[in-house]
Design a protein around this ligand. Structure first.
Ligand code: ATP
Ligand code: MG
Length: 464
């Protein structure tokens, strides 16, 4: 896909201030190090860095066009488009591209499980058919966590024209972001996994979170489909104003997961119901909440037109993503590595999983902080301690700024003082665990990204 300068200026809603030597541009990038010859560079003005500073490097690399929000000195061979706000322009360019290539866009937001649901849905679509042709190789997905005002546009700009569908993740930590992301992606199908306390420092209250996530349904084209989780009352309320087609899932929904069961090693089995059809499904993933994610992905796939066979094989092929409820075996010890991130709902889900895994070994939780929780942060950690106290743990290890609050919550809820340990560093924690853990034990390692709890595991393995 090539851009002419006119097309690019129209897409960016900007003005051409300089016409350079090249008339067609290729790859669009926001990272000066990734600009190709005749590529386009969008100079974002970020909090940490100002992209305009890198214009000389872009020119050196042979970049053909600059999209800028203030005047820059570029040699005559380079084209320059001036816009009011380059971040907005990036979204506008991506939207233009998405509209032009017109794949069906499936968008997922929510407090928990977005990436997991996205991966599941992608896996299903790869095995599904559209207008009687296989979709394999014709589906784009968000890579990793590229879900924000920069990541989503860059994802859509990866569309090459052969894709029939795009599965995208929309994330937020500030009000208004989902509204904007929805406008950029213009989804045909939209899903909210859940509304739960996360990013409260940006979104304020739980009602604020609900309103923010709800923007995906308010921005959905009335010809589109809302995929609604009946197990989350807040999600249901957000869907009420949507006038178009609705596909429900969860308890009492059209798509359901029945008789979920956790197998040894943490893997899952359940019966997927799509209307009257029943299909047994086995997941390679750990954690009951992944049945919910699987049912959400199945509902969206069904709404898209995928058949139940593709849904089952797609779900069964999904493997855990690193540090997300990833089960590892180390020296005969079962490790649930969920160090990627944490908030109250995901902590609760992870602790419930640790408790429910079949087997006789002891259960040990190693928890870091939940960050970005806003004003209620100490309360959240006290509650976490209470939840931990009710999770049948044999030992609880805590690290971080809020470790004492969590400990207080745990002791207040009756946990034995002797089994709750606050430790100061990742290294010390690793040594203690090495001394304590025995063959057959199960240990959960979890905390917010900033807590980097994976370091505990790495140190534990390295010491030996
Ligand atoms: P992020 O906001 O970081 O992008 P995400 O919404 O994409 O997160 P995932 O990456 O899919 O979420 O999952 C992160 C963690 O959240 C998982 O490891 C798990 O602990 C927890 N989690 C996933 N799904 C659910 C769910 N449905 N309910 C509660 N917790 C969940
Ligand atoms: Mg994610």
């Amino acid at each position: 896909m090539e851009w002419t300068i006119e097309e690019l200026a129209r897409a960016a809603k900007g003005t051409i201030v300089q016409r350079g030597a090249v008339s067609r541009f290729g790859h669009i990038s926001t990272d000066s190090r990734q600009v190709d010859k005749d590529g386009v560079f969008v100079a974002l003005h970020g909090e940490a860095r100002d992209g305009h500073v890198f214009v000389p490097e872009v020119v050196r690399r042979g970049g053909g066009c600059l999209v800028v929000q203030r005047s820059v000195a570029g040699p005559k061979r380079v084209s320059v488009i001036r816009v009011r706000d380059t971040l907005k322009a990036l979204g506008d360019i991506a939207h233009f591209h998405r509209q032009k290539l017109a794949p069906r866009v499936l968008a997922i937001t929510g407090s928990n499980g977005k990436t997991t649901t996205k991966e599941m849905l992608f896996s299903i679509l790869q095995r599904a058919r559209m207008e009687d042709r296989p979709l394999r190789g014709k589906v784009l997905k968000t890579e990793g966590n590229y879900n924000n005002l920069v990541g989503l546009p860059l994802t859509l700009l990866r569309l090459r024209g052969k894709e029939r569908a795009a599965v995208v993740e929309l994330g937020t930590n500030r009000p208004g972001e989902i509204r904007r992301l929805t406008a950029i992606a213009n989804p045909d199908l939209a899903l909210i996994t859940s509304v739960a306390p996360a990013h409260l420092s940006g979104l304020g209250t739980l009602a604020g979170v609900a309103r923010e996530k709800g923007a995906i349904f308010r921005g959905l084209d009335p010809r589109g489909t809302a995929v609604v989780n009946l197990d989350d009352g807040r999600v249901v309320r957000q869907s009420r104003s949507f006038q178009g087609r609705v596909v429900t899932y969860g308890t009492g929904g059209f798509v359901r997961g029945e008789d979920p069961e956790m197998l040894s090693g943490g893997r899952l089995r359940f019966n997927l119901r799509v209307g009257r059809v029943r299909e047994p499904v086995r997941l390679r993933l750990c954690g009951m909440h992944n049945v919910r994610n699987a049912v959400g992905a199945a509902a969206m796939a069904h709404a898209f037109g995928a058949d139940v066979g593709a849904i089952r094989t797609g779900l069964e092929a999904v493997r855990p993503v690193a540090m997300r409820m990833q089960v590892e075996r180390w020296a005969g010890i079962g490790v649930i590595n969920d160090a990627y991130n944490a908030n109250p709902a995901s902590m609760e889900a992870a602790l419930a999983t640790l408790k429910a895994i079949p087997g006789r070994g002891r259960r040990v939780a190693v928890l870091g902080d939940m960050l970005e929780m806003g004003a209620g942060e100490t309360d959240c950690h006290r509650q976490l301690g209470e939840t931990a106290a009710g999770s049948g743990l044999d030992a609880l290890y805590l690290l971080g700024r809020f470790a004492r609050d969590t400990r207080q919550g745990a002791l207040g809820a009756g946990m034995d003082r002797a089994v709750v340990r606050v430790v100061r560093t990742h290294g010390k924690l690793a040594s203690e665990l090495r001394a304590v853990l025995r063959k057959g034990d199960w240990v959960l390692i979890k905390g917010s990204r900033g807590s980097a709890m994976e370091k505990v595991l790495a140190a534990m393995k390295n010491e030996g």
